[in-house]
Ligand binder design. Structure first.
Ligand code: ADP
Ligand code: GN1
Ligand code: MG
Length: 371
């Protein structure tokens, strides 16, 4: 465990959750950029749990966030049970605290929550097989399907304007103006590249405002490692529900493709290694449409390709903004990590732009094939 983590009194924190176990073993877990995650093993009752310190710099309304998570998991559990599935395995289960809530505070005011640990599952940072991609499409498509009858009014925006590109561009403009970390000179070409594309990236937002696209409940962080697959690489559970809130389906489609179509990691330093794996795109699209064809409108279908270009673009804007601000948002593992991430996302965007016609044709073919 890092020195930084030694400062938490884990015994006191874990004692606040109703798990009936004193002795535990704690292992830092996962590769997320936002929360701190630990696997808690409790030899006494033989169960494992997942403990998370919620990043309250990123999520200002933890109470609202946890209410969302409870509504969403309850709704999903009911639907999964109705369909004959196993809600304990296919949906996250929150552990209540002694205070009657589903989160507790530590002595420093930090926020913690716990879920059951789902055994024999895997999450992948990089997709390698067609089946994984297909299962990913099924997982996020089914997630949207199961929530499409839940009222969006039930949920708060856990991060206001989270995937609003105009807001993200405004944040970039502010970061450029303040130049807080003194890094602006170094990233002029990247700033120019991103600003030159800004106008073409507003379509989804404009279609939404014009009522052409419906606001649905979406996941909004559909990186492939936010799905747990079982030991046979079949979908088991969609995780990381912090950003589930009203959104457009193209956001989920585009962000998932961002992590599925690239042959390299999100922060790959060797830009030549970032190529498109189009067969994986095809498989994801098949799985996604298999689950969503019954409720998507034609206009939503047309928006999917826009999401494919928008999400890597928005991610580059967000990474560059954080780089200019001095790395205050995402966890970084090297001094220029946010810049490296920006460059990788820009490279991915260039490859996607070159292949836009081909990718659009695949979506349309799979759409008509699904009827
Ligand atoms: P972050 O917001 O930091 O990305 P996640 O909620 O995605 O946090 O969790 C981080 C990682 O922990 C996931 O990528 C996954 O590997 C693992 N994980 C999360 N929840 C569970 C669970 N209930 N059971 C098993 N593993 C889990
Ligand atoms: C963050 O928590 P994690 O690593 O799943 C971020 C996403 C980004 C992603 C980029 C709340 O997700 O929006 O797409 O990093 N989550 C938040 O890897 O900002
Ligand atoms: Mg995650």
């Amino acid at each position: 465990m890092h020195k930084e983590e030694m400062k938490y009194n884990f015994s006191d924190i874990i004692a606040q959750f109703s798990i009936g176990a004193d002795a535990f073993e704690l292992v830092p877990f996962g590769s997320g950029h936002i929360n701190d995650t630990y696997r808690v093993k409790t030899p006494a009752n033989g169960r494992d749990y997942l403990l998370q310190k919620i990043n309250d710099y990123v999520f200002k309304d933890v109470d609202g966030l946890m209410n969302n998570m409870l509504y969403v998991t309850n709704h999903l559990k009911q639907k999964v049970a109705k369909a004959g599935g196993d809600p304990d395995k296919e949906v996250l289960t929150l552990i209540p605290c002694n205070n009657g809530l589903y989160y507790c505070r530590d002595a420093e005011g930090g926020y913690w929550r716990m879920t059951t640990f789902l055994h024999n599952t895997k999450s992948y940072d990089l997709v390698t097989t067609g089946n994984q991609a297909y299962q990913g499409g099924m997982a996020f498509g089914r997630f949207q399907y199961l929530l499409c009858d839940m009222s969006a009014a039930m949920l708060v925006d856990t991060i206001p304007n989270f995937l609003n590109i105009e807001f993200r561009l405004q944040q970039l403009a502010d970061a450029i103006r303040h130049n807080a970390a003194g890094r602006l000179e170094k990233v002029k070409p990247e700033v120019d590249f991103l600003l030159s594309r800004a106008d073409g990236m507003r379509d989804i937002l404009q279609w939404g405002r014009a009522g052409i696209l419906p606001l649905r409940i979406t996941h909004n962080d559909t990186k492939f490692n936010n799905i747990l697959l079982d030991e046979h690489d079949n979908i088991q559970c969609v995780i990381d529900l912090d950003t589930v809130m009203p959104g457009y389906v193209a956001y989920d489609f585009g962000d998932a493709i961002r992590s599925i179509i690239s042959t390299a990691a999100e922060d790959e330093a060797n830009l030549d290694a970032i190529q498109l794996n189009i067969p994986l795109f095809e498989e994801f699209t098949k799985g996604y449409l298999n689950q969503t064809i019954s409720f998507l409108s034609e206009q939503e279908l047309k928006s999917l390709i826009k999401g494919v270009l928008l999400l890597p673009y928005m991610q580059a804007v967000r990474f560059l903004t954080d780089y200019l601000n001095g790395d205050v948002y995402y966890k970084i593992h090297s001094p220029n990590h946010n810049l490296q991430r920006t460059l990788a996302q820009m490279q991915l965007l260039k490859m996607l732009e070159l292949n836009k016609v081909k990718l659009t044709a695949i979506i349309e073919r799979e759409w008509f094939g699904s009827y």
